[in-house]
Ligand binder design. Structure first.
Ligand code: LRH
Ligand code: MN
Length: 423
């Protein structure tokens, strides 16, 4: 379903009076709003190809209908999100869930929808039909060289798909680990994994990056071979300058200080990008900013401070991706809310009075430092985020327009109740 520009123009003209009033107030409260709005317009978030249907859990899946049944329909859905918020201009594909059959046709469709191909994701956490060797006991860590070789070849195949589509990065997430004490020799698992990653790294084109995603637990519940930021950091440091650590917000043990991890990885020039989502307990893959919006703000505060300290380009120099799974929300509304939460956290971080904060920190004025930080978090930046959308040709209120156009009903009319491939 392609969104007609008329739909957006009519919606915006209905919303404009209220928006103009709110924007005037925001401009009176926040400095340098024009520069801030320009940064928001440049900021694009990649949408995961595996999060356009209802994911469900092992206890059940409740599909809502109209889900994309192939990679073309997935791109159309992301194109629809991008038409609404002008901030979802990229797709992150997962192989083999999204093996392209016609690169040229897919590149044309993506270009027509204004979408770029962001990081490619490999999958050595599931056995595919006809696969020679099982990943039951791991992939790159496996004690059997034949299994490791199979996994290495899969990752190189994923790079080749990405090259043909114009992607420039590979995300490697390994479910590898163990479920019981004694099952695994940690040092041997590390050495096998490093040796295997070196072969994948050697196959990277010159202008590519490798993102190594860590995760504390699940599906292994005693050890994970790339289990935290320290382990990922140790691997990517040994691999070389094209290797970076990827931070999935849901992959930490409870109460981990993720904003501090981000600050250190950024300072060490080994932060590659993010899988944004939110969680209360485990890897819940909930809507970004839906449970811990203050943590999301604190992460963006470290990102803006750390990226500016190194003169980095906010929009281009890190991988901004969502990784979510939908159980009770409409997948497209959920993704619209996630992108909105990211834009709000970024705008709040850009509005922090950094010189005053640094001065308070230099004085150990703890109270003033919190006052300055929380003032930015408690300032309503939503009119600036909406203005960025308006200036980029998007909708002032994407979820409202999505609903008033009955997009889900139309998608069900077109596609029925097929299920999307992926998790
Ligand atoms: C693992 C993970 C990884 C993806 C998968 C879909 O939990 O975050 O990034 O490959 O989800
Ligand atoms: Mn992830």
């Amino acid at each position: 379903m392609i969104l007609d520009k008329k739909h957006i123009e009519n919606h915006n003209s209905d919303e404009l009076v209220a928006h103009t009033r709110r924007l005037a107030h925001a401009r009176s409260e926040i400095n340098n709003t024009d520069a801030l709005i320009e940064k928001l317009k440049a900021f694009q978030v990649a949408i995961p190809s595996w999060a356009l249907g209802t994911g469900g859990t092992r206890f059940g899946r409740f599909p809502g209908g109209g889900e994309p049944g192939n990679i073309e329909q997935k791109l159309e859905d992301i194109g629809l999100l991008h038409a609404l918020n002008r901030s979802s201009g990229a797709v992150s594909l997962h192989i083999p869930w999204d093996i392209p059959s016609d690169y040229a046709a897919l590149k044309k469709l993506a270009a027509d929808l204004g979408l770029a191909f962001d990081a490619m994701n490999s999958n050595t956490f599931q056995d595919q039909k006809g696969q020679a060797h099982s990943y039951k006991f791991g992939s790159l860590q496996h004690v059997d060289r034949n299994v490791r070789k199979q996994a290495i070849e899969h990752n190189i195949e994923v790079i080749r798909h990405g090259e043909a589509l114009g992607s420039q990065s590979l995300t490697v997430w390994l479910s590898d680990g163990s479920c019981f004490p004694g099952q695994l020799n940690f040092r041997k698992a590390y050495e096998n994994t490093l040796e295997s990653l070196r072969e994948i790294y050697a196959a990277l084109p010159a202008d590519w990056k490798l993102f190594l995603e860590y995760k504390a637990f699940e599906p292994n519940f005693y050890s994970t071979t790339v289990g935290d930021w320290g382990q990922s950091y140790s691997y990517v440091n040994k691999l070389g300058e094209k290797a970076y650590t990827l931070v999935d917000l849901g992959h930490h043990l409870p109460n981990a200080n993720i904003e501090q991890i981000v600050s250190i990885l950024l300072m060490e020039e080994k932060l590659g990008g993010f899988h944004f989502n939110d969680s209360k307990y485990g890897d819940d893959d909930l809507t970004t900013g839906s449970v811990k919006p203050y943590q999301l703000f604190l992460i963006f505060n470290e990102l803006v401070e750390g990226m500016d300290a190194r003169g980095m380009n906010h929009a281009r120099d890190l991988g901004w991706m969502i990784d979510a799974s939908h159980n009770v929300k409409d997948p497209l509304e959920d993704l619209l809310q996630s992108v909105e939460a990211l834009m709000i956290a970024y705008a709040q971080a850009l509005s922090v009075d950094t010189p005053a904060l640094k001065a308070a920190q230099a004085e150990n004025d703890v109270v003033l430092a919190q006052e300055i930080l929380q003032h930015a978090f408690r300032t309503d930046v939503r009119p600036l985020v909406a203005e960025a959308r308006l200036q980029s040709g998007g909708a002032l209120n994407p979820v409202k327009l999505f609903r008033s156009l009955e997009v889900r009903k139309k998608l069900i009319g077109e596609r029925g109740y097929q299920l999307a491939s992926g998790l």
